[in-house]
Design a protein around this ligand. Structure first.
Ligand SMILES: [Zn+2]
Length: 160
């Protein structure tokens, strides 16, 4: 681990590389790397990306394992006309202002039929065709980001 502070070429802020090497894109800080990777996401993942009101979400495959939002069902209408239901939606947080131009809203949440308002039961979902990273990857993404936010807040506390 390299503990000397570097300057992020994207946001120009000093940072310390204290996450795993894969967390970083080139010389960027964790936060910028996180969002730059979302901007340069592989095309096949694009259809699983959900951006509503500046919040970034990803639909995971419906597999056994951890489920985003504890398996709560969401109905999503995309600007391209698709309507998808998923029980495995993961939130990556609010897109920072500086990246919004590259990550504009692409969908909205729509009400789901009342009889379907329940936790996921795996075999009753309509996005089986969605292939993508397993929930574990998205869960790690969320965990790393929360950890980074905590680290950042702690650093703030010590500075003040
Ligand atoms: Zn940065």
């Amino acid at each position: 681990m390299n503990n000397s502070a570097k300057i992020c070429p994207s946001c120009k802020k000093p940072f310390i590389r204290n996450h795993t090497p894969e967390s970083y894109l080139d010389e960027n800080c964790f936060d910028c790397s996180f969002w730059l990777k979302k901007i340069t996401m592989p095309e096949e993942d694009e259809k699983r990306r959900v951006i509503v009101a500046g919040q970034h979400y990803m639909m995971g495959a419906n597999t056994f394992g951890p489920m985003g939002f504890g398996g709560i069902r969401f109905a999503i209408h995309f600007n391209d006309g698709r309507t998808v239901e998923t029980c495995n939606l993961w939130c990556q947080g609010e897109i920072p202002e500086r990246f919004r131009a590259w990550l504009p809203d692409n969908a909205r949440f729509i009400p789901i039929k009342k009889e379907k308002m329940k936790m996921c039961d795996f075999f009753d979902v309509e996005d089986w065709m969605i292939i993508g990273p397993l929930s574990e990857d998205l869960a790690d993404d969320e965990k790393n980001r929360k950890q980074n936010e905590e680290d950042f807040n702690q650093e703030d506390d010590t500075v003040v």
